[in-house]
Design a protein around this ligand. Structure first.
Ligand SMILES: [Ca+2]
Ligand SMILES: [Ca+2]
Length: 178
């Protein structure tokens, strides 16, 4: 099934497009504020809750990780070329990506049973910019008994973040219809 693997650049381009939330062709701090806002708007969560604050902070940390890797200052822009040239490793993920993944999973699993129910998963992924048919496909891949285990979702987000990963969820998360 190797023909199903999108090329590295296509995967990175798909991720870049998802992260460029305001669609101006660059990544900047505003994209990550907007990402947090959209996810919070899609879920039954109080904007002034601890969980909401953790997501906003996680999104900011995600952005700081990109800035650090591409050598820009915090007010700068990250272009696709810069993004593609600076790919994070596991240590980078632990520092800059994991707070985001944890906050996101904690929000989506709002009843804290370790499962992200279908409706919450779909709302959240669509808010993150994934197209609906793709979200359904990812849900089918990750779900078990009508929900996605929060741990599995966090693992998929990690795969999305660390480009060397090529397992199924990461591969699916990196796909985007063109
Ligand atoms: Ca942008
Ligand atoms: Ca739950």
């Amino acid at each position: 099934m190797s023909e199903d693997h999108p090329s590295r650049l296509a995967r990175l381009r798909a991720r870049f497009l998802l992260l460029d939330v305001n669609g101006d062709g660059y990544l900047q701090a505003a994209d990550f504020d907007l990402l947090a806002w959209r996810v919070l708007d899609a879920l039954p969560v109080k904007p002034d809750s601890v969980q909401a604050a953790a997501l906003r902070e996680g999104c900011r940390t995600y952005w700081q990780g990109l800035v650090t890797t591409s050598g820009k200052d915090a007010d700068g822009l990250v272009s696709f070329v810069e993004y593609a040239a600076a790919i994070p490793d596991d240590a980078h993920y632990t520092h800059y990506g994991q707070p985001y993944a944890r906050a996101l999973a904690a929000l989506a699993d709002w009843n804290e049973d370790g499962q992200v129910e279908r409706a919450d998963f779909l709302s959240c992924m669509i808010a993150m910019g994934f197209a609906e048919p793709q979200v359904e496909r990812i849900y089918a891949e990750l779900s078990f008994d009508g929900a996605v285990p929060a741990e599995d979702w966090k693992a998929a987000i990690r795969d999305f973040y660390v480009s060397a990963a090529a397992d199924i969820p990461g591969r699916l998360l990196a796909r985007r219809p063109v």
